[in-house]
Each structure stands twice: as C-alpha cells, then as structure tokens.
Design a protein around this ligand. Structure first.
Ligand SMILES: Nc1ncnc2c1ncn2[C@@H]1O[C@H](COP(=O)(O)OP(=O)(O)OP(=O)(O)O)[C@@H](O)[C@H]1O
Length: 241
C-alpha cells in the first residue's frame, strides 16, 4: 500500500470512529431488534444522516422482515452505502432511530474489504468463522469450494486478484452463518459462475431462516431473487430509478 493510500485509509478510519461515537453532532440512536420472531429484524424510524452540509439520508422510514431477501436500490450517491453503514453502527444517525441486530450478529461485505491483508485466505475464513462461536466445518468447506477459494487458500489476501479478493470478502460474510447478511455490490468484478454461486448462497441462507439485504447495480441478476425492494433517491425513500 502506498503512503498516500495508507494515510487516506487512516483518515477514513478516524472519521468513522469519531462518527460511531456520536461525536459529530448526532442526536439519533440505536436499538437492538426485538427477539420476537414476528417483529421486523430491521427498522429505520425517521432516520437522517448528514455529513456537514451534505444530507446523505433524509427521514428514512422502512422495515425489513425476517427470512427474506431485501434489495436496497438507487442510483450512485442515493445513500445506499450510508444506509448500510448506519445499519451496522459504523456511523451514528444524525436523527431518528435505527433498530437492528447487534453488529456481532451481522455478516457483511462492503465495497472496502474487511479481511486481514496479511493473513492467507484460509486464515481469514478461520478467524471470521470463529468470531460468532462454533461453525460447522462442513459449511466453511462448502462456501470455500463453491466460490473456488480452495485454489488460493494459502495466498495472502493482499496478494489475491481483484475477483478473488471480492469472493473472499463475500465468503467471510457467509462463513459464520449470521442472522443477517448485508451485501453491498457482492457481484461486482467476479466471474459468471461465481455470481451464480453467490446468488445460490443468498437463497440458501434465507431458506435456512436467515435474512439478507443486498444492493447491486446488476439488477437483471438480483431482482428475480428479491422479496422486496427499498428504492432510495437523493437520500429519500420512494422514487424508483
Ligand atoms: N464520509 C462522507 N463525507 C461526506 N459526504 C459523504 C460521506 N459519505 C457519503 N457522503 C455523501 O452522501 C451521499 C450518499 O453517499 P452514499 O455513498 O451513501 O451513496 P451510494 O448510493 O452508496 O452511492 P454509490 O452507488 O455511488 O456507491 C453522497 O452525496 C456522498 O457524497
């Protein structure tokens, strides 16, 4: 990583920590989802997020039921990433209440990878699998093989090609079988067979009772598996693309 990239990364990290601690003029709050299985797993009640003069989200009200695949769609800059960051408590709402499972119960893959660059693909999967307690080793093997990560398992994550990095990051989201999986552009930059496999993993996760939120510009592939869609436009709900 160049000095410039390392410094940019550090600045973003510092910004997120400050934000997460609610130090940037934030009056919104978080609550854990109710354990009642008939209650929605995720709810946003009047949620807004401002970055200085920029309003990224403006009074969002929505709910996502359990055991479903939910799409979050919208053009570039409509607020999808900010929405996911609030859901994961990586950022603090400026106003309103975000109700979601605690971050430890959420697997995710965002545009910026979460893996440890100096660990191998296999070591990364093993670390993330253990984060949420015991995981069936057969499941881990199945995810690894289906995304064809077995062939690069001894390579350092940082040395992987772009497509394999993306697949490793997506595999990490699934490996611990969390209650909720949040995927921001999971099909970007991966080959056709792997895209098919990712969609299969999503459907399988939901059939086992899990919940998935997904944002993708690959609407042709993703739309057929969605149970519902939240359309964002300029930080507001409702206007379709
Ligand atoms: N850390 C930040 N500081 C300032 N403005 C930000 C920050 N993060 C997001 N924004 C602004 O908030 C708005 C929503 O951005 P966001 O990244 O959530 O959109 P998006 O729908 O994910 O876009 P894309 O599809 O291009 O990834 C944009 O105007 C963006 O410039």
């Amino acid at each position: 990583m160049s000095d410039r990239a390392a410094s940019d990364r550090l600045t973003r990290l510092r910004d997120r920590i400050e934000d997460r601690l609610g130090r940037i003029g934030s009056r919104g709050r978080y609550r854990d989802s109710s354990s009642d299985p008939s209650a929605p797993l995720v709810r946003f009640c009047g949620v807004s997020k401002r970055f200085g003069p920029v309003t990224a989200l403006d009074g969002i009200d929505c709910r996502f039921d359990r055991g479903r695949i939910h799409g979050v769609v919208g053009p570039n800059g409509s607020g999808k990433t900010t929405f996911f960051e609030l859901l994961l408590r990586l950022r603090h709402p400026t106003a309103g209440t975000v109700i979601s499972p605690p971050p430890a119960a959420i697997g995710y893959s965002f545009q910026e990878p979460q893996f440890y660059p100096n660990l191998t693909a296999e070591e990364n999967l093993s670390v993330f699998a253990r984060l949420h307690g015991d995981v069936d080793p057969e499941w881990r093997r199945s995810v690894t093989e289906r995304l064809r990560l077995d062939r690069v398992r001894h390579q350092r994550a940082a040395a992987l090609s772009g497509g394999f990095r993306k697949k490793l990051d997506v595999a990490i989201a699934f490996v611990s079988e969390p209650e909720l999986i949040v995927l921001d552009e999971p099909l970007a930059g991966i080959d056709r067979l792997s895209r098919k496999r990712v969609l299969e993993l999503i459907v399988e996760h939901v059939e086992k009772g899990g919940t998935v939120l997904i944002s993708s510009h690959d609407r042709g592939r993703v739309d057929p598996i969605l149970d519902s869609s939240l359309a964002l436009y300029d930080g507001r709900v409702g206007r379709p693309e």
